[in-house]
Design a binder for this molecule. Structure first.
Ligand code: SIN
Ligand code: FE2
Length: 216
């Protein structure tokens, strides 16, 4: 019998394991990218990107906004979730249905079948922007995983251990990849290395990341 794979390129496995409970779903969001970007436009019209300030007084290189019932914010008084956009004084825009559906489906594919996000942090990186190692720990219940969708320019995801000093592993994230981490990996340190210059065919010179969480 002929080799079924003859002439076909070896493809990456669709799901890569980073650590126990932590996975990369390669290309998972790609079939929905047009719908996601259209919904994103409406969110950005209501609550545009802004550079928030850390408690230490530094403006972040990553521009951020939120949608959903709870939005993650930082200012001189600290990090927290708030239902109101401090820039508009209005509630954050509602989470688009296609965002929520994608996040729930990705979590289920990674072994977290009951994930219903109420918060979506939207990060915008231009070349040179970076996000230093941190834990996501402003959420009420760490039993819920985190779902993170990459769009636009590729980036290097730094995935560390439970301590800040643990040397992180490096994973390339490309347009459409979805990272899910929870369970024993829920509080691992993570970040994004300085974004390299480039031009993405639909998003141009930027990377957009949607991070879904159950915050409340
Ligand atoms: C985050 O940790 O909030 C964002 C990670 C990413 O941009 O992929
Ligand atoms: Fe994070």
């Amino acid at each position: 019998m002929r080799d079924l794979f003859e002439g076909h390129p070896i493809v990456e496995p669709a799901i890569e394991t980073m650590s126990e409970g932590a996975f990369i779903l390669r290309g998972f969001a790609k079939p929905q990218d047009g719908e996601l970007l259209q919904a994103l436009d409406d969110v950005l019209t209501a609550s545009p990107f802004r550079h928030m300030v850390t408690p230490g007084g530094y403006a972040m290189s990553v521009a951020m906004t939120n949608c959903g019932a709870a939005g993650w914010i930082t200012d001189r008084t600290g990090y927290r979730y708030d239902g109101t956009d401090p820039q508009t004084g209005l509630p954050w825009p509602a989470m688009p249905h296609c965002f929520e559906a994608l996040a729930s489906a990705a979590a289920a594919a990674a072994g977290y079948p009951a994930f219903r996000p109420d918060a979506c942090l939207i990060n915008r990186y231009v070349p040179g922007a970076r996000l230093s190692l941190h834990q996501d720990r402003n959420e009420r219940d760490f039993a819920h995983p985190i779902v993170s969708v990459s769009l636009g320019l590729p980036a290097t995801f730094l995935f560390g251990g439970p301590k800040r000093s643990d040397t992180p592993s490096r994973f390339a994230l490309r347009h459409g990849d979805v990272v899910v981490w929870g369970g024993p990996s829920r509080l691992r340190f993570h970040g994004i290395a300085e974004l390299k210059d480039g031009e993405h065919e639909t998003l141009g010179r930027q990377r957009i990341n949607l991070t879904f969480r159950r915050a409340l």
